[in-house]
Design a binder for this molecule. Structure first.
Ligand code: ADP
Ligand code: MG
Length: 242
């Protein structure tokens, strides 16, 4: 579904990604972790073509991002992205937040968009809040609306960048529950998160990054079950967060 091939990226003279390669198969849930500043957000944004890269290629569902002929907005519309900060439109109701991109980007009728959006809102357990504005919802609820909004676009893959790290602790669980359900339903997911409980429960693989490089890329059982085999940097990191 996603193939990242020898991707390198620079911000001016600063190399932020160095020769990153990995593959994510359909239905896989890949957790990306690593210290702050290691390039996790940058890597996940390159997959959605929100950040360009200078070397290598990323192929999403057969479409090459390095190919200048690729229509990036169309590709982006098929990749769901959920950020740390929910980024809902504050002046639009929940229902309008769920439908606007479906109408403007996918060309759906308002009726179809609403039907799809409300179905996804139900999936995240927030049907009762359809007429509220983001400011009237808790952080956890806003993040669940952001997930429903991404799902309304019928994404082929969902990218998450630390979706729970800006939330008060008591709201983390409700967002993770939605993500676990998605994972168990077979959604292909790439998740930057330090929630190792989530990683242990549903991930197929764990990628560990450090200083712009993918240092570890292994199956969940291997990552958690065989700590002695981990690189010193990964061991150090895991000791700090577990
Ligand atoms: P992480 O998500 O792992 O914390 P990031 O991908 O956000 O890491 O950042 C990786 C590195 O790139 C950091 O050193 C950060 O300061 C730098 N960086 C991120 N965005 C930019 C930018 N727009 N311009 C210059 N440097 C950036
Ligand atoms: Mg980040």
């Amino acid at each position: 579904m996603i193939e990242i091939k020898n991707v390198s990226k620079w911000y001016g003279p600063f190399q932020v990604l160095t020769d990153c390669s990995t593959k994510i198969e359909k239905g896989e849930v890949v957790v990306v972790c690593g210290p702050s500043g290691s390039g996790k957000s940058t890597l996940i944004k390159t997959v959605n073509a929100l950040e360009p890269f200078q070397k290598g290629d990323i192929v999403v569902d057969g479409v090459s991002l390095a190919d200048p002929k690729t229509h990036l907005p169309r590709l982006r519309s098929r990749v769901g992205m959920v950020f740390q900060h929910f980024e809902l439109f504050p002046h639009l109701s929940v229902t309008e937040n769920l439908t606007i991109a479906q109408i403007k980007v996918l060309g759906r009728t308002p009726e179809d968009a609403k039907a799809r959006g409300l179905k996804m809102l139900d999936r995240v357990g927030l049907s009762a809040h359809k007429d509220k504005f983001p400011g009237q919802l808790s952080g956890g609820q806003q993040q669940r609306v952001a997930i429903a909004r991404a799902l309304s676009m019928d994404p082929i893959v969902m990218l998450f960048d630390e979706p729970t790290s800006a939330l008060d602790p008591e709201m983390v669980g409700e967002v993770l529950d939605v993500m676990v359900k998605l994972a168990q339903e077979g959604m292909t997911m790439m998740c930057v998160t330090h929630e190792m409980g989530f990683a242990k429960k549903v991930s197929s693989r764990v990628i560990f990054m450090d200083a712009g490089k993918i240092i570890e890329d292994c199956k969940r059982e291997e990552f958690f079950g065989n700590p002695e085999a981990r690189s010193p940097r990964a061991k150090d990191f895991l000791n700090k967060i577990l």
